[in-house]
Design a protein around this ligand. Structure first.
Ligand code: ADP
Ligand code: ADP
Ligand code: ZN
Length: 214
C-alpha cells in the first residue's frame, strides 16, 4: 500500500503516518526527518536544507525530488510506504506520478488531515520532537511518559527551531500557496480521502483505518 499524507504543518501527518506504518508494516518516509538527520550529521545536503527550513521556506524541488525518489527505490519500499511531507508542490507531485508510471505503479491513497490554521499554532508551540528517531509528542495532547524524554529511544526532546510562532505563520502561508493545490491534484486523480484532524489522535486514526481497511 502506497500512501501520501497531506495537510498543513502541524496537522498531525507525522503522528498518523507513524501509526499507519506500524499497523500496515510499511516504512514511514518523512522528508523533514531526512533533512533533520542530514543537518544533525553535518552533511552538505543538510547545510543546504537548513537555510530554507529555518526561514519556514521549502527546500528547492531539485534537491528534494531526487532525494525522495532515491529513498522509495530502496528494498524496504517494495511492499509500499507512507510519505509524510512529500509531495509539497505540484512539480514534486508530478515527478512522483511520472516516476511511478514508469514502473507501472501508482499511489493508492492521499490522506488529507484537515485542521484549520487557528488550531495549528497551539499545536506547534506544544510540539516536542525527538531528532534521533523522528517521534513527536505534545506537552498536553500527547505527552511522553517522562517529561522531555523520548518514549521510544530515550533521547532528549526539543522544540524545533521552526516551530516558533513567527516561523509557523510563515510555513502556513507557504502551505496555502504551494501545497494546498495538491488537494485538488489528488482529488482529480481519484485517490483523495479527507479526515477531520481536529479530533483526538486515536479517533483520527480510526477514521483513516476505516478507509485503508483493517
Ligand atoms: P511539518 O512537520 O511541520 O509538516 P516537516 O518536518 O515535514 O514539517 O518539514 C520541515 C521543513 O522541511 C519544511 O518547512 C521544509 O523547509 C522542509 N521540507 C520537508 N519536506 C519538504 C518537501 N517535500 N519539499 C520542500 N521542503 C520540504
Ligand atoms: P505534522 O507532521 O503534520 O507537522 P505532527 O504529527 O508532528 O504534525 O503533530 C503536530 C503536533 O500536534 C504534535 O505535537 C502532535 O503531538 C500534536 N497532535 C497530532 N495529532 C493531534 C490531534 N489529533 N490532537 C491534538 N494534538 C495532536
Ligand atoms: Zn526518539
Amino acid at each position: 500500500m502506497k500512501i501520501i499524507m497531506l495537510g498543513a504543518p502541524g496537522a498531525g501527518k507525522g503522528t498518523q503516518a507513524k501509526k499507519i506504518a506500524e499497523k500496515y508494516g510499511i516504512p514511514h518516509i518523512s522528508t523533514g526527518d531526512i533533512f533533520r538527520a542530514n543537518i544533525k550529521g553535518g552533511t552538505e545536503l543538510g547545510m543546504k536544507a537548513k537555510a530554507y527550513m529555518d526561514q519556514g521556506q521549502l527546500v528547492p524541488d531539485d534537491v528534494t525530488i531526487g532525494m525522495l525518489l532515491d529513498r522509495i527505490s530502496e528494498a524496504d519500499c517494495e511492499k509500499g510506504y507512507v510519505l509524510d511531507g512529500f509531495p509539497r508542490t505540484i512539480p514534486q507531485a508530478e515527478s512522483l506520478t511520472n516516476a511511478l508510471n514508469e514502473r507501472g505503479e501508482k499511489m493508492d491513497y492521499a490522506v488529507n488531515v484537515d485542521v484549520p490554521d487557528e488550531a495549528i499554532v497551539t499545536r506547534m508551540s506544544g510540539r516536542r520532537a525527538c531528532l534521533a528517531c523522528g517521534a513527536t509528542y505534545h506537552i498536553v495532547f500527547n505527552a511522553p511518559k517522562t517529561e522531555g524524554v523520548c518514549d521510544t529511544c530515550g533521547e532528549k526532546l526539543v522544540l524545533r527551531d521552526d516551530d516558533k510562532p513567527e516561523t509557523v505563520q510563515k510555513r502556513l502561508t507557504v502551505y496555502h500557496d504551494q501545497t494546498q493545490p495538491l488537494i485538488d491534484y489528488y482529488q482529480q486523480a481519484g485517490i483523495l480521502v479527507t479526515v477531520d484532524g481536529t479530533k483526538d489522535l486515536n479517533e483520527v486514526f480510526k477514521d483513516i483505518t476505516v478507509v485503508l481497511g483493517e
